[in-house]
Write a new protein. Sequence first.
Length: 129
Amino acid sequence: MNVPENLKYTKSHEWVRLEGSKAYVGITDYAQETLGDIVYIELPETGADVSADEELTTIESVKAAEPIYSPLDGTVAEVNEDLNDKPELINQKPYEAFIFALELEDTGSYESLMSPEEYTEFAEQEEND
């Protein structure tokens, strides 16, 4: 399981990369592996105000459709349009293929997300259950 050290994570298997006041969000390697071949991603609307833990969009694979949650409070500032034509980028490069970016009012909330070590432990425990 690939868990980059420079990111933060959620219990719903999103990764978050903070760049200034923008938080880029995607799904983890563990999540894409569990889902299997991704065939469609419904991208959220830019400009939408969202709250942490709010269901923001859906990702569909050959196995299932799963919700994607907002990890933090913010406004959808950007979406990865490349995923419209190539949703498989998530399977190929899960930590490069972000789904959306949030403009944050409070970047301090980023620190409340799981560290790579905490996420690894969480995912391993989930895998064994």
